[in-house]
Write a protein that binds this ligand. Structure first.
Ligand SMILES: NC(=O)c1ccc[n+]([C@@H]2O[C@H](COP(=O)([O-])OP(=O)(O)OC[C@H]3O[C@@H](n4cnc5c(N)ncnc54)[C@H](OP(=O)(O)O)[C@@H]3O)[C@@H](O)[C@H]2O)c1
Length: 346
């Protein structure tokens, strides 16, 4: 059993804690302690999820000798300082997406975890989604031919109250961006997993429907290293919110995942497969409606890797990939020019 301490008691933390309850049943991992800003809330969360201890500060969690791995699900700007403190305390670290708000921070986290010999993982759980894994298998076996186009379309909606009611969302200093870095990052990550790395991009981003600092709408045109083209559309401004769409097109076929379901998988000469209904239809509007199976798979992989001294499937280097593209999109939009990758932040 890998013994976890969890910092944060919000929606992201709830997924992690529920997944750890499943893994306790498997004898793989368990939640032993919870930390938040307020002791009473941490206590309530700990009791709900069967953790033995709760703390009103992160430092107390780190000092708990029973905690072997720290899961971080706090506002984005806290991921870096909390991850570094946990790594330096010799704990394995599993950090929620985005792993950090800048590439400089992400690189420092990877470097320190490698030096201390602890596992660093990022909660990008859709990498473990069976539908996505199936498409990845088709791509890797060449069944879609040479990939020519990849699209990540995240047209969600969030109200002004969603931003106004939070002390960290909607601001560069604390959220690190908007629709891209918070909502679309999962789909950007999957696009890169399927299509490979980006060589160059050109993007526009702005604030269209909310009173916030960060972008609620962004579009980017990508050219992958393979030469294939790509599109990213990210929004929290598109009322009433639409199912996430991920498309890959090759010379011999295509795959379309919409709302978490395989909407179409077709190859030349093969039978086309079409989904009837869409799974998780409500999930782009209500995060708590998302099922936890992918979190369970990700946490199981992380716990087994940490125990065995190996690398989790979504380690710091993998977690950094979507952050790099998102930071490059912000730069392109700000500079009004194309940006080449690998992207070095100044
Ligand atoms: N992987 C996924 O599918 C998924 C889904 C949802 C969210 N997330 C991620 O989860 C993370 C948290 O987001 P959320 O939606 O859960 O946010 P949230 O509801 O605002 O929760 C943030 C939590 O962090 C705590 N916190 C804030 N400042 C702190 C500090 N200085 N020390 C310790 N705890 C502190 C808050 O405590 P209080 O309650 O006292 O304010 C709260 O419990 C983000 O990285 C987000 O992107 C991931």
């Amino acid at each position: 059993m890998l013994r976890f301490g969890l910092v944060g008691t919000g929606v992201g933390a709830d997924f992690i804690a529920r997944a750890l309850q499943v893994l306790r049943g498997e004898g793989v991992a368990e939640l032993v302690a919870v930390a938040g800003r307020r002791g009473a809330k941490a206590e309530e969360f700990a009791r709900k999820h069967g953790a033995r201890r709760w703390y009103a500060s992160f430092d107390q969690l780190l000092a708990d000798p029973e905690v072997e791995a720290v899961a971080i699900s706090t506002p984005h700007y806290l991921h870096f300082p909390q991850a570094v403190a946990a790594i330096e305390a010799g704990k394995h670290v599993l950090v929620d997406k985005p792993m950090a708000v800048s590439l400089r921070e992400a690189d420092e986290m990877v470097r320190r975890a490698e030096r201390r010999g602890v596992a660093l993982g990022v909660v990008l759980e859709y990498r473990f989604d069976p539908v996505v894994e199936r498409v990845k298998g088709c791509v890797d076996r060449g069944e879609l031919g040479r990939l020519i186009l990849g699209e990540a379309v995240v047209e969600w909606f969030r109200t002004q109250e969603y931003y106004a009611g939070s002390d960290w969302r909607g601001r560069w200093a604390t959220e690190g961006g908007g629709a891209l870095i918070n909502q679309a990052i999962h789909t950007v990550d999957l696009l890169l997993w399927l299509m490979g790395d980006v060589e160059e991009l050109w993007a526009y981003a702005g604030t269209y429907a909310h009173d916030i600092e960060v972008e609620d709408l962004a579009v980017a045109a990508l050219r992958f290293r393979s030469g294939a083209l790509g599109v990213v559309q990210a929004s929290t401004a598109t009322y009433p919110g639409f199912p996430t769409r991920l498309e890959v097109h090759g010379t011999e076929g295509a795959a379309v995942i919409e709302g978490g379901a395989l909407k179409l998988l077709v190859t030349r000469g093969g039978a086309a497969e079409r989904a009837e209904g869409l799974r998780g239809l409500e999930s782009w509007a209500r995060p708590e409606a998302v099922p936890i199976e992918n979190h369970v798979r990700l946490l199981r992989d992380f716990a087994l890797a940490a125990r065995g001294g190996g690398r989790p499937r979504v380690d710091g280097r993998e977690g950094r990939r979507s952050l790099e593209v998102i930071r490059a999109i912000y730069a392109s939009s700000r500079l009004r020019q194309p940006v080449r990758l690998p992207f070095a932040e100044v």
